[in-house]
Write a protein that binds this ligand. Structure first.
Ligand code: ASP
Length: 344
């Protein structure tokens, strides 16, 4: 088997920061010095190359255009590397990993996102372990040379999670990400233990990578809450700029049963808007057959997001709407499990 080679793509975020000795603020460091900062990378018996985005960004500034650049870059370098590690700020990592999981079709190599809560240049950083293990996972291959984790994932604090199942659940713990509705793909201890039953593998390994960079971003996210008004509802659901709405509902997909609420959902539905029901709960699924309040939504044409995360729902909608102008076709495909984002 030939030796692995990994491309590390640095987009910004806390992981690549170092304290400026003069003004003591955190600033991105020159990534060409990564081997000085993380000499552990030199111990791998394979090539680790680096690509730095310009400008580097705090991931709060991530836009779909960056996902398109990432997809283009991976496509361009796909044959030169066995795996890709994307260093990314934690704030929107789950959004980026979700979107990329849909945009990279026929993926047969690992794309591992990682980052850190403390910059790599501070003594207690979690960045080194995250980075070194992410590189190891991206390079892992089985006895016949296939990647062990050929999907888009997030490695953080000893856990490898499916990208489109992940969500940031802590702003300060090292364990910043969770995958509430799907098991970890791997856990790192003395050795890295892969859950081979959970990891997705392509049907055809030789199928070339296809990228889908056409995204339609006319989506809004509305979290239902006690006291929500008809004005706000109508603005989010019926506005001319909205093609789809992710409705974050209560529990198993329930919403108020007031007449005005139902009327606005009906109005939006009749306008042809795509309304996707995603639960506000951290874990569990939408099931619109349990309560009358959920059933009413189903009867009005609201689509169940099942157990998808909001980040996953956003990426799935951008991707499907970019592929088709036909809302009925998008609605149908929302119910399908495209990249392991829902449990069917
Ligand atoms: N604000 C930072 C970012 O998302 C936080 C981090 O990287 O942890 O870019």
């Amino acid at each position: 088997m030939t030796k692995s080679s990994i491309l590390m793509i640095y987009t910004g975020g806390t992981i690549g920061m170092k304290q400026d000795p003069v003004d003591m603020t955190l600033k991105p460091f020159d990534f060409s010095q990564i081997l000085d900062e993380v000499p552990e990378l030199k111990k791998f018996a394979f090539r680790v190359d680096a690509f730095t985005f310009n400008p580097l960004i705090d991931s709060s500034d991530v836009e779909p255009s960056m996902w398109q650049k990432l997809a283009d870059l991976i496509k361009e370098r796909y044959d030169d590397y066995d795996g890709f590690v994307i260093l990314h700020g934690t704030d929107t990592m789950a959004y980026s990993a979700s979107a990329l999981s849909f945009m990279l079709e026929n993926l047969s190599k690992p794309v591992v996102f990682t980052g850190s809560q403390l910059p790599i240049g501070v003594p207690r950083t979690d960045g080194k372990e995250n980075l070194v293990s992410a590189v190891e996972i991206a390079s892992a291959r089985d006895s016949i040379g296939h990647s062990i984790v050929p999907e888009v994932s997030i490695y953080f604090n000893s856990k490898l999670l499916r990208g489109n199942r992940s969500t940031k659940t802590s702003s300060e713990a090292f364990s910043a990400f969770s995958s509430p509705n799907f098991p970890s793909l791997a856990e790192a201890g003395i050795s890295i233990k892969y859950d081979l039953g959970a990891i997705r593998r392509p049907d055809f390994w030789e199928e070339p990578l296809k990228i889908s960079t056409e995204l339609d971003t006319r989506v809004s996210i509305l979290k239902i809450h006690p006291g929500i008004t008809p004005q706000v509802m109508r603005y989010f659901l019926c506005g001319p700029e909205t093609r789809a709405v992710i409705l974050e509902t209560y529990g198993s997909g329930n919403a108020p049963s007031k007449q005005w609420f139902t009327d606005i959902i009906r109005e939006a539905s009749e306008m042809g808007k795509i309304i996707m029901n995603v639960t506000q709960c951290l874990s569990g699924t939408v099931d619109m057959s349990i309560y009358a309040t959920g059933k009413a939504l189903k009867e009005l044409g609201v689509i169940s997001g099942q157990d998808i995360t909001t980040e996953g729902a956003l990426g799935k909608l951008f991707y499907l709407m970019g592929k088709s102008k036909d809302n009925e076709c998008v609605k149908k495909r929302l119910g399908e499990n495209l990249q392991g984002e829902i449990s069917i």
